[in-house]
Design a protein. Structure first.
Lengths: 478, 229, 641
């Protein structure tokens, strides 16, 4: 093993980000004053710097096969970084307001992001596990960040216990795969499984366990149970974060794990993903209808969206994976924008979470109502908003693979889902107005505007995203 | 021959004590069985020629982790009877799932076979000429260096998390302030009282020491982490 | 670069006026849009000059990729060639003048900024249309002008008639657009691309491609017909013309810009743009000629009896568009664009002149209530004369050159359908002259028929309205002889470059020069005849028209009611459609379709309650449901793998 084979330079973005994180941590600890805002700014800066480092696209395999940098990982990393940066922006004002101004907050988000970047680049089951744990552990803490509040502490604890269970399942799956195939490296696994007939049932069961572990992270049914409680209990800035980057990275990892090492076993895992996908879409659209709390509603909404994304994976083609990536991009922007609006729901200094609190927003704050409506229509998949295109690419990929049932269920559930999204629009525009919200801080307006503009005008220039997603998807099917 | 015999002895004790860990009624006994399990596992490592791992297991798990467990179990007043209530309530469901899963795993593991080269590897686990520790070091610090670093980050995050979630700001608790201690003189704290002979507590009353509390406790409220309401 | 500025400056103006118009006020909104339009026209004209006279190379201005899905590529790009440059120059100039005119005309309106924003938006969409580098972008502009037209026709949305007209325009255009969209799809199927350069380069290779639906057709013919259906909708050709007269509900500057000078000519532009393909589709071209000739004649006959001043001009527009299609249909695309160009100036002039009259007559549009005002508004009177002379094809006004060229080309094509186009056009030329002077005489001469209150108020329009009129009048005079030789002469290729490609068998432009003398002379003669008749009937013997109308009551009513097209559509399409819709609404929708979702909704809310029930907050339940899920998945795996 020589140093040249290490290719450690491939991981420079991760290394730089981790070093920045430690630097900010030390700064925060040593500083006498309150440094939440400053550390947040530094974290955003670190994200931007890392993004710049990811962009040039040094591709290859490093760390004796543990780490892969390719178009796919670069795509996912950029998305994760953008999402994380926007979420830090979103938290600036909220944390200040609800007394969570502690510098550890951005630092934990930063380390979480390191974990997610590691997941995006994982090409070994062990990297996959360690990356996932790094991400999850940070989120557990973040979910319980408002430690003096019962809901938040409970959310963190619940997420931790169930997450540990899921990690256990995943580890067990990894050990089964290792035991039955003799390797944990993705490329070796792919070689060993080149002939699908040679796959023993043990290995296949191992895959099920791994899928279960990752499905927990993306909150796909039936591993979704934590989602509503954690979404509701966690500080809202963390709920915003939960719905974006920590969904993207595990989903990308799942895609890579299914496509690269287990790509030959498509028929074996396909039905699994199909089942999970259908169940997620159904539950996501049905259960959200009765919700009164907007954060809980967003939890079910995210379950449904992950169901749609899984359709793309189930298609198991370049087009399908491309659809997955495009969908994730559009979803991240809609989601972060929606939460920017939710975070702006504050009346006389009190945070609100009820859907009915939005009543008459169209009259009291037309700009915010418009942004909110754009996100809701986008999530419902109304053309020409970006959400429609995400669904379009996913469904067309499914249809190309002849998975009509899946596509039809997807369309039907999105119709049902449209009900509760549009219901919010109805509440905002047609219900009797309540008292106006407090003035919005600039940071939230900024994020809502970014999300809204992206969602609205995605159709004008979709080509860069589509081309990048296509390039990324092709990498997995070499 | 002796090695085989020793393997089976240690393995049996390990399995028995492991099952005792989960079934013992007294939590202290559970932890003690856990320690026994660790010891046997270490012995198995020794038999396999991984003496470094064996020592690490004893030092870290027995020396630190298990003892920590023991402390925690003894210090926390956990009502285990109450915990068991829940256990019994979910027993039927849990048992069913467990049994089904077990059956399935047996079906799966039935197809398991040793890799052809495993038999030879089993008796020569170490590359000849390379020290056990060196080999581990190579794995950890060269082959899996990335994972080593990442694990370091995981631990760092765990540490930050533990501090964030439990550490209260100053003012909540009493801390040692060395400068204040040194600056203190007898005059600050001691009052000389002339007590008449024969006068008991009844006459003098209880005298409290002068308490100098420069930091008001109220400051804590500003820094409390109230969360949203 | 200049070219891109010319296209996007109106968009900027529109956005500023539209988003901030309320805040910055009418004055500022007008200033911004007009400045942007002036900038655009300067850039547009200089781009045109540097291309045609300065020897700048033609090419495309790439703006970025739009869609890139598999083999389907579409990009945002501006095509910079003679055809688009001449259109850009014309559109920006006319639009600028009309913007300026509108300052005066709309001065009493309450939401001037909205009007200007729409007007600039329209200009932008029209420029996108003419500069498109591929069919999808062209379609974008096509729909954009449709949208702007809808908004502007219905600008006075508190008038029910304006709303109805806007909807009618939109719906009728939809029918044409359907043909266009299908045509685009077929182009993609045939050529594997929608890029103009790719398509035109591959024209030779797909000559014998066929397309099977209700029989087998040559693909080029089907494409030609489908695109022409799109053009029929936009350019108000016979059958899909019904929206244009109603569109006069919009403010008069709108009629001038959209429904005379620019948007309605988009169909003609499309024909010219697709000349490389169409030239190989003789069947489609014959159809184009037939519809064009028929429209020219039909609209002219209707125009002779209308009483609303704007409607007369609207039917005249319809008729003139017919001419342009005749020219395109016989392969003289250059002539059709030439007529488009001259027509843009003199028709915009006529509309704005009519607007000036309406303005003077306190918003009266009925010619029967005008008359005797020529001394009071001499300037308007003069420009209306110029416009009518140009429209009537009198030497040396612009219309003379372009209309003659079209008729000569029709004759020179030496096909039966070309002859049909020629004779229709010739008749229509006479009628055109007739109704133009009928309009002039009824409006300006004779005894005043308005009440004296209105007559007292008759006044010349302010300078902001008359100056554009004068500029347009200059255009109506000079465009004919300035451009005639360049566009149609021996060296037409020096002007057009590659923007218009014709098949090697197409010699119409050459044959035009050699038509018999009487063919060249006849339009002028018959035009003068029409003028004379109009003079006789309305000036010398003003009682005769009424007698004629009484004598030939049937014919008169037939014409007055526009050949009963609206009634026919109402009976054949609208009413059955309403009946079907009502049946679907009451039976299909209210009972069946509503019934299902209502049932589904109940079912959904019920199942929601069930689904949420297990979400009770207990970790143990959560963990067990995870494990049950896992066991379920593993079982499925082992059982069905």
């Amino acid at each position: 093993m020589t140093w040249t084979a290490m290719n450690w330079t491939l991981a420079v973005p991760e290394l730089v980000l981790a070093c920045c994180g430690m630097g900010i941590l030390v700064f925060g600890v040593l500083s006498k004053r309150e440094t939440f805002q400053l550390c947040s700014m530094l974290t955003i800066g670190a994200f931007l710097l890392t993004g710049v480092l990811v962009l040039p696209g040094a591709y290859g395999v490093g760390y004796s096969g543990l780490f892969t940098s390719d178009a796919f990982s670069a795509f996912v990393k950029l998305l994760v970084l953008v999402a994380a940066a926007l979420c830090v922006v979103v938290s600036l004002d909220y944390n200040e307001h609800v007394n969570l101004r502690r510098f550890e907050f951005p630092v934990l988000m930063l380390f979480c992001t390191v974990g997610m970047m590691l997941m995006a680049s994982a090409s070994n089951l062990m990297t996959m596990y360690v990356g996932t744990e790094l991400m999850s552990l940070a989120i557990y803490v973040l979910a319980a960040f408002a430690r003096d509040e019962l809901r938040s502490a409970e959310a963190g604890l619940k997420y931790f216990v169930l997450g540990a269970l899921a990690s256990g399942l995943m580890l067990y799956g990894i050990s089964l795969v290792y035991g039955f195939s003799g390797s944990m490296a993705f490329d070796k696994l792919a070689e060993a499984l080149a002939d699908p007939a040679s796959a023993s049932p043990g290995l296949v069961v191992g895959i099920v366990f791994i899928v279960a572990g990752l499905a927990f992270k993306v909150s796909a049914v039936p591993f979704h149970m934590w989602t509503p409680d954690v979404y509701e209990g966690a500080p809202t800035s963390i709920t915003a974060f939960l719905g974006t980057a920590p969904k993207v990275a595990p989903m990308a990892l799942l895609v890579r794990a299914m496509a690269t090492p287990f790509g030959q076993l498509l028929v074996q895992w396909q039905q699994l993903i199909v089942l999970v996908s259908i169940a997620s879409m159904l539950l996501g659209s049905l259960a959200a209808i009765g919700q009164r709390n907007i954060k809980r509603l967003m939890a079910y909404s995210s379950i449904g969206h992950m169901g749609y994304v899984l359709i793309g994976l189930a298609a198991g083609s370049v087009d399908g994976i491309r659809g997955v990536l495009i969908y994730l991009v559009t979803y991240v922007f809609m989601n972060v924008g929606t939460f920017a609006c939710i975070l702006a729901m504050r009346r006389r200094g009190k945070m609100l979470e009820g859907i009915s609190d939005l009543a008459g927003l169209g009259r009291t704050d037309p700009a915010m109502a418009l942004a909110f409506a754009v996100f809701m229509f986008g999530m419902a998949g109304i053309p020409p908003l970006s959400g429609f295109w995400g669904k379009y690419f996913i469904f067309s990929a499914a249809v190309q693979q002849g998975m009509w049932t899946l596509a039809v269920i997807g369309v039907l559930t999105s119709v049902v889902g449209a009900y509760y999204y549009i219901n919010i629009v109805k509440v905002m525009y047609f219900d009797a107005p309540e008292e106006a919200f407090d003035p919005r801080p600039a940071s939230l307006s900024f994020v809502a505007a970014v999300g809204g503009l992206f969602t609205t005008f995605f159709f004008v220039f979709p080509a860069p995203v589509v081309a990048a997603a296509e390039a990324a998807a092709k990498v997995l099917f070499r | 021959m002796i090695a085989t015999l020793a393997f089976y002895v240690f393995a049996v004790i390990l399995l028995v004590s492991a099952s005792m860990v989960v079934s013992a009624r007294n939590p202290v006994h559970s932890v003690l069985f856990l320690i026994l399990t660790f010891f046997n596992a270490a012995a198995l490592f020794l038999l396999a020629g991984a003496e470094f791992l064996a020592m690490i297991l004893v030092i870290v798990y027995v020396g630190a982790v298990a003892v920590l467990f023991l402390f925690v179990v003894m210090m926390l007043d956990v009502n285990f009877a109450q915990l068991r209530e829940g256990f019994q309530r979910y027993l039927p469901v849990g048992a069913t799932i467990g049994v089904v899963l077990l059956v399935e795993l047996f079906m799966v593991l039935g197809g398991w076979k040793f890799a052809p080269e495993a038999a030879s590897l089993r008796f020569a686990p170490v590359t000849p000429g390379v020290h056990n520790t060196a080999q581990l070091g190579r794995l950890l610090y060269t082959d899996y260096f990335l994972l080593f670093q990442a694990s370091g980050l995981v631990l760092l995050v765990a540490m930050i998390g533990a501090i964030v979630l439990t550490l209260r700001d100053k003012g909540d608790g009493r801390r040692q302030d060395i400068s204040r201690q040194l600056a203190r003189t007898a005059a600050d704290t001691l009052v000389m009282v002339d007590v008449a002979t024969g006068a008991g507590m009844k006459d003098v009353g209880i005298l409290r020491p002068k308490v100098a509390e420069p930091e008001p406790v109220a400051a804590a409220h500003d820094h409390g982490h109230g969360g949203h309401h | 670069m200049l070219f891109a500025v010319a296209v996007f400056a109106p968009l900027l103006g529109s956005i500023v006026a539209g988003l901030f118009g309320k805040a910055i006020g009418d004055r500022a909104a007008q200033a911004v849009t007009i400045l942007c339009m002036i900038l655009a026209s300067i850039c547009g004209v200089s781009a045109f000059v540097s291309l045609v006279y300065g020897g700048a190379p033609a090419g495309t201005v790439s703006l970025g990729t739009w869609l890139d899905a598999g083999t389907f590529h579409a990009s945002w790009a501006l095509r910079y060639d003679a055809l688009s440059a001449v259109m850009v120059a014309m559109v920006t100039c006319v639009a600028t003048l009309i913007h300026i005119y509108s300052v005066g005309y709309m001065s009493h309106d309450s939401t001037v900024w909205r009007f200007f924003s729409y007007l600039s938006l329209f200009s932008f969409a029209m420029l996108m249309l003419v500069t498109a580098d591929n069919l999808l972008q062209l379609f974008f502009g096509w729909e954009g002008v449709g949208l702007a037209s809808y908004l502007l026709i219905g600008y006075w949305y508190d008038r029910p008639s304006a709303c109805a007209a806007a909807i009618k325009a939109f719906v009728v255009n939809r029918i044409g657009d359907l043909g266009f969209a299908v045509g685009i799809a077929l182009v993609f199927v045939t050529f594997g691309s929608i890029d103009f350069s790719t398509i035109f380069a591959a024209v030779g290779q797909h000559q014998s491609d066929t397309y099977s639906v209700f029989g087998t057709w040559r693909a080029y013919e089907v494409i030609g017909i489908l695109l022409f259906i799109g053009a029929m909708g936009k350019s108000a050709q016979l059958g899909l013309h019904v929206w244009l007269p109603d569109a006069m509900e919009g403010p008069t500057p709108v009629s001038a810009l959209i429904h005379a000078a620019t948007m309605v000519t988009a169909g003609v532009f499309l024909m010219a743009r697709f000349s490389p393909v169409l030239d190989y589709a003789p069947g489609a071209l014959a159809f184009v000629t037939f519809i064009g000739g028929s429209t020219a004649l039909f609209a002219a006959t209707v125009g002779c009896v209308q009483n609303d001043i704007k409607r007369v001009i609207a039917y005249s527009t319809c008729s003139q568009l017919g001419y342009m299609f005749v020219a395109a249909g016989v392969g003289a695309y250059q002539a059709s664009i030439f007529h488009l160009l001259t027509h843009a100036f003199f028709k915009a002039l006529l509309f704005l002149g009519a607007g000036s009259v309406i303005h003077a007559m306190s918003d009266e549009q009925d010619m029967r209530k005008m008359g005797g005002i020529w001394k009071k508004i001499p300037l308007t009177y003069a420009v209306m004369w110029i416009g009518s002379l140009a429209l009537g094809g009198v030497f040396p006004f612009a219309g003379y050159y372009s209309k003659d060229a079209i008729l000569e080309a029709a004759w020179a094509s030496e096909t039966a359908i070309g002859q049909y186009g020629f004779w229709c056009g010739l008749l229509a030329a006479g009628l055109t002259a007739f109704y133009s002077w009928r309009l002039l005489i009824l409006t300006f001469h004779g005894k005043p028929r308005a009440d004296h209150h209105t007559m007292e108020h008759v006044h010349e329009s302010p300078a902001v309205m008359t100056v554009p009129l004068l500029l347009l009048a200059a255009g109506a005079v000079v465009t004919g002889f300035v451009f005639h030789e360049q566009l149609l002469g021996e060296h037409w290729q020096a002007f057009w470059g590659n923007s218009i490609q014709i098949a090697p068998t197409n010699h119409v432009l050459h044959a035009m020069e050699e038509v018999p003398g009487w063919v060249a002379l006849s339009p002028s003669v018959i035009g003068l005849f029409g003028i004379a008749v109009a003079y006789l009937l309305y000036m010398a013997m003003p009682q005769v028209p009424a007698q004629l109308a009484a004598t030939f009551g049937g014919v008169y009513r037939f014409l007055l009611n526009k050949w009963y097209f609206d009634e026919l559509y109402d009976a054949v399409i609208v009413r059955p459609y309403f009946a079907l819709s009502r049946a679907l609404w009451q039976v299909g929708d209210a009972t069946i379709i509503d019934g299902i979702p209502n049932g589904l909704a109940t079912l959904t809310t019920d199942s929601t309650a069930q689904v949420v029930k297990i979400q009770n907050g207990s970790i143990a339940v959560y963990a067990f449901s995870m494990l049950i899920g896992l066991v379920f998945l593993v079982s499925i795996f082992l059982l069905f793998r």
